[in-house]
Design a binder for this molecule. Sequence first.
Ligand SMILES: Nc1ncnc2c1ncn2[C@@H]1O[C@H](COP(=O)(O)OP(=O)(O)OP(=O)(O)O)[C@@H](O)[C@H]1O
Length: 308
Amino acid sequence: MKELKDYKGGHALRTFNLLDEQYHKPVCDMHGDTMIEIKNLNYQYEDGTVALQNVNLTINKGEKIAIMGPNGSGKSTLFLCLNGVYKPTNGSIQVNGEPVTYNRNGLKKLRQIIGIVFQNPDNQLFSADVFQEISFGPMNLGLEKEVVRERVESVLESLHIQHLKKRPTHFLSGGQKKQVAIADILAMKPEVILFDEPTAALDSYHSQLVNDLVDELCEAGITVIQATHDSDYAMAWADRIIVIQDGKVLVKDTPQKVFENVELRKKAYLEEPNVLKMYNCLCKANIIEQTNNPICPKSIDELIKGLE
Ligand SMILES: Nc1ncnc2c1ncn2[C@@H]1O[C@H](COP(=O)(O)OP(=O)(O)OP(=O)(O)O)[C@@H](O)[C@H]1O
């Protein structure tokens, strides 16, 4: 069993036990194996709104993907298609090489593989108390009561929220609801987790908790796809950024390539990451020689280390 680092200040998620029966996949270099293949995906809402148009994407196992784009560009709709809440109007989605089927069994199988943490936890939590809430998914999988209990306890412990176990879900604070919504999904042990703006409405302490958890999941080999408006975070965290606008994929590339494209940033209302601003200033002042260092580091920490 591999254990991850203890968290700064000892306050956060403690260790997340990897490679126990928690996850199916061992920690290894899984990049390169296709996890999700989306072909010509279109989605139109009942009122006629076309939310996704001709989306083509390949997402590899273990990849860290940030989905960015202005409000209303189609990020949440894409997530809901990936989790089978919406059936594409046209096009197809393959997961682990198999096309998604929209009957009961097909959707059950899909949701075991792909979990979604909704932007607003009130759309996700519906059980009377936290224990019941987190048990719901594993119970639905038909697991033994004792196995379900163990899974719930383990997830509560990993997230450091054992104290919430008996609390009514509707009395929880926004940050606590978000943690329980994440626990819901972890208890299902998915291979892919979709986080729809996971730190929106969280204070900096709880944002850090969520970001630390995401890092642990990635280290465990889970494929994580996050919708975010935070350029600094996406620059530092993502392997690739997919930019969506008006339901279409504008670009899918490394964070550096995406953010260095000034036209694209303007078009998609993406903020310039601070590290890139600083890098450009240092290049202009000849403190960094751009010819020798043509790629902007992903974070200010890395940039400073490079100057030492
Ligand atoms: N239930 C619905 N019925 C009709 N149109 C919808 C519905 N839900 C979303 N839309 C529309 O679909 C488009 C894409 O919305 P979506 O929520 O996917 O965008 P988003 O990129 O996630 O936005 P945000 O960054 O604001 O969360 C928008 O034009 C939105 O108004």
